[in-house]
Design a protein around this ligand. Structure first.
Ligand SMILES: Cc1ncc(COP(=O)(O)O)c(C=O)c1O
Length: 386
């Protein structure tokens, strides 16, 4: 099939995924794939999940849209679970980019300042605000001018701390830069960024769109480093595939996001909320512990099995967010296609990185089996391509 009626903003692979179950996907020819993508970090609980199907189907039969002019018990429940009932408030939206847009708006309004500091290789979305704080010149090309008041600094660089000055409204960062190449923030650096933000009266926005919802083995990746962001943003895995996003901000910021200050017709949609409610119940401490244990096992295996493969330069990541950095002679998209032919779906990230975001529910044995396939394909790469 050739798609003739849709803008070609995506380089699509020439097959359709038409069904899924657990960690397995099926294309229109009936070929089955082990999924190491979760959409792009969305379907953490896998596909065709009974509890999710039941909750959304039940909600479908009740009501699938109401405006935000009325109270919502479902939104309240999801917000309470998302904030763990603590010192934060939630503003719902429909995507990660919108969550970051809301965060930038709230930061400006609350501080009365306009400048932001963001980091090279960051990705925060494609709308004008979120694109402005994205550290990737290629995807900005042709869309200028963006917000003027954005500075960029090197990620994980202690010199970047000098850029955190009183004239900033906020610093925005990912704990692991996903699209930018699966670059892990170092705990000491992240804590110093937070401390400097506090010292200078600057808000810290943590973008958990890709790292959140259990992806790294904690509900939010900032929990690994005991950070307490002023604002964090969530989307992707929140409703396991029904479009939703959320901007979560400290309670004291509430007065700046009062009636009329922000909103969206579809924000907090009942179907998305019904799904998010189940997702948040399922991502309980036992589930997250199991993800961490699985990840530990997998990291051990990855280092043992892949670190010595010729074309593998480095392996980075946290939890079940994994980046395999490839020698430039081996093209990551060619590897992805070979893996597809072997029944394994994977992703890429900046810098010739093979990115793995498997569903969190995948058994460890299936993760290891997939890594064996990757090892096999990569082991032959420099021989055939070099
Ligand atoms: C860290 C991060 N922030 C924001 C976004 C944008 O989210 P969305 O595509 O839902 O707008 C993404 C998407 O990949 C992301 O990875």
């Amino acid at each position: 099939m050739m798609m003739k009626h849709v803008f070609s903003t995506y380089n699509r692979f020439p097959f359709q995924i038409v069904a899924g179950n657990g960690y397995e996907l099926m294309d229109e020819q009936g070929n089955k794939y082990r999924d190491f993508t979760s959409g792009i970090g969305v379907c953490g609980l896998g596909y065709n999940v009974k509890e999710l199907n039941d909750a959304v189907t039940k909600q479908l039969g009740l009501i699938w849209h109401t405006s935000n002019l009325y109270e919502s018990q479902l939104q309240e429940e999801v917000a309470c679970k998302l904030t763990k009932g603590k010192e934060y408030l939630v503003s719902f939206c429909n995507s990660g980019t919108e969550a970051n847009e809301a965060a930038l708006k709230l930061a400006r309004k609350a501080t009365g300042k306009k400048q932001f500091l963001a980091f090279n290789h960051s990705f925060h979305g494609r709308t004008y605000g979120s694109l402005s704080v994205t550290g990737n010149e290629e995807i900005k090309a042709g869309f200028l001018p963006l917000l003027e008041d954005v500075k960029f600094a090197a990620y994980n660089d202690f010199d970047a701390l000098e850029e955190i000055t009183t004239d900033l409204a906020a610093v925005i960062l990912e704990i692991v830069q996903g699209e930018g190449g699966v670059n892990c923030g170092q705990g000491e650096w992240l804590n110093e960024v937070q401390a400097k933000c506090h010292e200078k009266g600057v808000l810290l926005i943590v973008d958990e769109v890709q790292t959140g919802m259990g992806r790294t083995g904690k509900l939010f990746a900032f929990e690994h480093f005991n950070l307490k962001p002023d604002i964090y943003t969530v989307a992707k895995g929140l409703a396991n595939g029904i479009p939703v996003g959320a901007m979560v901000g400290k309670k004291e910021l509430g007065e700046y996001f009062g009636p009329g200050s922000h909103g969206s017709t579809f924000a907090g949609n009942p179907l998305a909320m019904a799904a998010a409610n189940v997702v948040l119940d399922k991502l309980n401490p036992d589930f997250l512990d199991a993800v961490e244990q699985k990840a530990e096992f997998v990291w051990h295996y990855l280092k043992q099995e892949l670190a010595n493969v010729d074309c593998v330069e480095d392996i980075t990541g946290l939890g079940l967010m994994i980046g395999i950095h490839l020698d430039e002679k081996v093209k990551v998209n060619a590897v992805i296609k070979k893996l597809q032919n072997q029944g394994l779906l994977t992703l890429s990230a900046h810098g010739n990185t093979l990115r793995l975001l498997p569903p969190l529910i995948i058994p460890a044995s299936e993760l290891l089996a997939g890594i064996e396939v990757i090892k096999d394909v990569l082991s032959k790469c420099l021989v055939t391509e070099g």
